[in-house]
Write a protein that binds this ligand. Structure first.
Ligand code: ADP
Ligand code: ASP
Ligand code: MG
Length: 418
């Protein structure tokens, strides 16, 4: 039997009628002759609610218990989806991560797949079941504990199942009808793309475009999964949505193909650290050990005397996800107490946002950064930190200018035009 993976995100399973609507999309594929693996998210808002319970109980919580709580949202929708399909006369069975089993690492809160043995689900298909409904976002560690894959992780569950079961396609059903040049919710001129290259989608996702979880794009790229994003609220066919594919399948090529933003970024500055060999390692080693995800890093030594510390001191600025600020602070305080580093002060600025432009055309084009900075200057937006790579440029700015910056950059690179 040919097999499809269909993933439904939170808004697509937000209540019983939406689950029914999603189930009809599954039914249509079953009627076309497919066996289907359905991956479901928790109902929209549910994971946030569960995270709130955990954070309301414990500030530096035990990640094993965080996972035990937050994984539960998907269990509910998996069971309900299987029931709805049964009501429609389609033999369906739900699966929680441990039942498959979906084997992952023990990195609670951001676990990675180790393997997904097919035997149990294949046996059910062989018995005549047409649909396996799998709870997204969760897995099982070697220690026998429930794990989760990080926010948005059901996308990654879907791609991993598509790879493990050799699915013809992995369809990600969501509340927008594809991948756009930027988030259509904040830029009305955003344009839907028919295709986007894996590399670009990877950057957009990792820079904040939450339409796909970054890791799902990585896996799709590695295992050559045909990955598509489409709407669960509209009528769809084989040509709907956006296909994420290899670069050479794409005709259109612009220098910049998308703008991404992330509100989930905090700027931290260690004031007056020593300027000597080994300092960066003494700072970022403990942060890594504490599981803090550092993104942008800036260090610049003033050639002039530095306040009351002439000579060998510097400031070290870096960005971390907002929910890791407390963890980062503790790691730095512990490192200072242990004598590993010296600093006067650690300043955390959580009123910032990161805005980025992405495009594989940047590899061969100069002047993209200059054009970007000019557009931001024209709006009087001050840039706090800059980071670049081969195919992206990111800036950290005051959060209140985030939407303005996204729109200005979308305009300046004329992304509304094909
Ligand atoms: P789901 O619950 O289905 O997983 P998400 O909320 O995680 O849905 O992702 C879909 C959302 O991603 C859209 O509603 C949209 O606001 C946002 N988004 C951000 N950037 C983009 C983009 N470039 N193209 C499409 N959607 C985007
Ligand atoms: N429910 C989880 C979340 O909100 C996983 C997902 O929806 O992909 O992050
Ligand atoms: Mg999502």
């Amino acid at each position: 039997m040919p097999l499809l993976v269909m993933k439904f995100g939170g808004t697509s399973v937000a209540d019983l009628s939406r689950i029914e609507n999603a189930a009809k999309k599954v039914q249509a594929e079953v009627e076309r002759g497919y066996d289907v693996i359905v991956i479901v998210s928790a109902m929209s808002g549910e994971t946030n609610r569960l995270v709130g319970y955990v954070e309301g109980t414990s500030k530096l919580y035990d990640a094993r218990e965080y996972d035990a709580v937050v994984a539960s949202g998907e269990n509910v929708t998996a069971g309900l989806m299987a029931l709805r399909l049964q009501e429609m006369g389609i033999p369906a069975r739900s699966w929680q991560g441990w039942q498959v089993p979906i084997n992952t690492t023990s990195a609670h809160g951001s676990a990675r797949f180790i393997d997904i043995p097919r035997a149990n689900i294949d046996a059910k298909f062989a018995e005549g079941f047409k649909v396996a409904v799998v709870a997204g976002f969760q897995g099982l560690s070697a220690e026998g504990r429930i794990t989760t894959l990080g926010r948005g992780g059901s996308d990654t569950t879907a791609v991993a199942f598509a790879a493990a079961f050799g699915a013809e396609r992995c369809d990600i059903y969501t509340d927008v009808d594809g991948v756009y040049t930027t988030d259509p919710r904040i830029a009305s001129k955003a344009r839907k793309l028919d295709k986007i290259a894996f590399e670009e989608m990877l950057e957009l996702a990792s820079l904040g475009a939450k339409v796909l979880q970054t890791r799902s794009v990585e896996l799709a790229m590695r295992y050559k999964v045909r990955l598509r994003v489409l709407s669960s609220f509209e009528d769809t066919d084989e040509n709907s949505g956006t296909l994420v594919c290899d670069e050479d399948e794409i005709m259109e090529s612009k220098v910049v193909s998308g703008v991404a933003y992330s509100r989930d970024e905090a700027k931290m500055t260690l004031v007056t650290v020593e300027d000597r060999p080994g300092v960066a390692s003494a700072i970022f080693g403990p942060l890594a050990d504490a599981g803090v995800n550092v993104d942008m890093i800036v260090q610049n030594i003033s050639e002039k005397n530095y306040g009351s510390h002439p000579g060998a001191v510097t400031d070290m600025t870096f960005s971390v996800p907002t929910n890791q600020v407390a963890r980062a602070q503790k790691a730095m305080e512990d490192a200072r107490a242990a004598g590993l580093i010296k600093y006067d002060e650690l300043i955390a600025d959580t009123d910032v946002a990161k805005v980025s432009v992405v495009g594989i055309g940047m590899r061969s084009q100069v002047g993209v950064a200059a054009k970007m900075f000019k557009a931001l200057a024209a709006e009087n937006i001050n840039i706090k930190v800059i980071a670049t790579s081969e195919i992206k440029i990111s800036v950290l700015i005051d959060r209140k200018y985030m939407e303005l910056a996204v729109q200005a950059l979308h305009d300046c690179f004329e992304l509304d035009k094909a």
